[in-house]
Design a protein around this ligand. Structure first.
Ligand code: SIN
Length: 525
């Protein structure tokens, strides 16, 4: 008998909302392990908010419109059923969070304030403390999980999944002393976030090294959509890392994008992939490394966007008088571990939710402010399925591309994972190795790619693997191994997809092709 019913790996919105629901609604014995402190997650950095249609009289918005915007941003690769679940269940999960103590911003009449962001046809983004939505959600969830979970382990580096006869039965992790531990559970929920650290310039914290995706791949789980890495167009061009984000909500409030001649060059509220691409092309053409965000006309900037105001002050900028230097930064891993509509992966006992997962809701490009929503919807769904006795994947959602790959709702094509990297033994500085991985990925597998750049990146990653000690279990080296493993997967999937779609832009295949209206499934035969 396992001591725990569920162990959750990761403490962002998907992990903690799952853990709280498992313990409070289903009385499951839950353990949470996380790499840093509980609150130290990508969720905490999310500014813009949560896209959810709460309804109400005179509201022109509807879940159908939210669904249509999500599908359109996803450029043909979203799973319709998964998006339907997202937009329909989202408002209920927002209410759960409010009941848990999360406070969203309201106007003087008590109605929720709603912002607009790129790709949204209506203003439907709820926010908290102006531009600190993720921090507020994380705050409420951390309080709730302390009250409910049976076991919380911080500073635990998850090393591998425990597998028994093809079933996931727990996780192996090391503590800060380097001592290895095993946490066994009847079910494991991966909620370990994405891999923005694959790139030199990212809005993600240093912890975002794709450990969950790499661990699942090593255990034999199928991955999907890994070629789609979303770049946020408006990260502050500054040496701080992670790059301070200048929320898309600024453009929703009327901020403009300007080139070196102070001219506008793209419609500001296009989806992120469109804006990032236009920025990269403009930067190349004008031979500059950044462009400008003009927020000088926005009223009450410091009140509405206090977090951004403070981060600008720190670098001596004032949004009401200065143009703000910006450049795209790696922001979101659209693909990940393939799941069905309940969060089940291809491995019995292993579930996944949030950025680590490929649930089918984002397709080739995530719609702004759908990520917190995905976490709070699909984390609890996995828990409800576990409590109902669910086990193993069903042919629903993105999982159809594995179990019924010819299903017209989004067909799947199998792609072998890259062969295992040849780790070496050269004892180089891990920080330097990480920089080199990031630099190779940024040069050759970033916003713009082509066959030659991808081939070169793959070669550099292979060479760098040879400098990484195979056996060293220091977390700094484990992270590099995860980054290289995932980087090679991104490069292989991007090289194979001979078209441009969503966040994947091939200079040598600039158009989209109907032949590629499918999800690439990376799985061992
Ligand atoms: C933003 O505020 O621009 C980021 C929100 C998101 O990534 O969805």
């Amino acid at each position: 008998m396992s001591a725990l019913d569920l162990v959750v790996i990761g403490s962002g919105v998907s992990g903690l909302s799952a853990a709280v629901r498992a313990a409070s609604a289903h009385r499951l014995r839950v353990g949470v392990i996380t790499k840093g402190q509980l609150h130290q997650t990508t969720t905490r950095w999310a500014q813009g908010g949560v896209a959810a249609v709460l309804g109400g009289t005179d509201d022109p918005d509807s879940t159908d419109l939210h669904l249509a915007d999500t599908l359109s941003a996803g450029a043909g690769l979203c799973d319709l059923d998964a998006v339907r679940v997202l937009v329909d269940e989202g408002p209920v999960r927002v209410s759960d969070l409010i009941a848990m103590g999360a406070i969203f911003d309201r106007d003087h009449e008590g109605d929720y304030l709603k912002a607009r962001e790129g790709g949204h046809s209506e203003a439907r983004i709820l926010h908290a403390r102006g531009d600190a939505t993720g921090a507020e959600i994380e705050r409420a969830l951390v309080v709730a999980v302390h009250d409910t979970a049976a076991s919380l382990v911080e500073h635990a580096f998850a090393d591998s999944l425990l597998m028994e006869n093809g079933r996931c039965v727990g996780v192996r992790y090391q503590d800060t002393d380097g001592t290895m531990h095993e946490m066994e559970a009847a079910n494991v929920l991966l909620a370990a976030g994405g891999a923005g650290q694959l790139y030199s310039v990212t809005t993600n914290p240093v912890e975002a090294t794709g450990d969950g995706i790499a661990m699942a791949l090593a255990a034999g789980a199928a991955l999907g959509d890994v070629e789609f890495v979303q770049f946020h167009p408006t990260a502050l061009h500054h040496e701080a890392m992670p790059r301070p984000l200048l929320s898309e909500a600024l453009r929703g409030h009327g901020a403009l994008l300007r080139d070196t001649n102070r001219e506008r060059f793209v419609e500001e509220l296009e989806p992120r992939d469109v804006v990032s691409r236009a920025m990269m092309r403009t930067m190349i053409e004008q031979e500059v490394d950044h462009l400008w965000l003009d927020a000088t006309e926005l009223e009450d900037f410091a009140v509405r966007f206090p977090t951004i105001h403070r981060s600008l002050e720190l670098v001596g900028l004032n949004a009401t008088t200065d143009l703000l230097p910006i450049a795209p930064a790696a922001h979101y891993t659209c693909g990940g571990v393939i799941t069905d509509l309940r969060g089940a992966t291809t491995l019995p006992g292993l579930w996944a939710a949030g950025e680590v997962a490929c649930s089918g809701v984002h397709g080739a490009n995530r719609l702004a402010s759908n990520s917190l929503l995905e976490g709070m919807v699909f984390g609890p769904r996995a828990v409800d399925a576990i409590a109902a006795g669910g086990d193993g994947p069903e042919a629903t959602g993105a999982m159809r591309t594995v179990l019924t790959p010819d299903d017209a709702r989004v067909a799947g094509r199998r792609l072998d994972p890259p062969s295992a990297p040849q780790w070496g033994s050269v004892d180089t500085d891990p920080a330097e190795l990480r920089r080199r991985v990031q630099s190779a990925m940024t040069r050759g597998a970033g916003v713009l790619r082509d066959a030659a750049s991808l081939a070169e990146t793959g070669q550099v990653l292979d060479d760098l693997a040879g400098r990484v000690p195979a056996m060293d279990s220091d977390p700094a080296w484990l992270e590099i191994r995860n980054l290289i493993t995932l980087g090679r997967a991104v490069v292989a999937a991007a090289a194979n997809r001979k078209e441009s779609r969503g966040a994947h832009t091939r200079d040598d295949f600039p158009g989209s092709s109907d032949d590629w209206m499918l999800r690439q499934v990376m799985a061992s035969a």
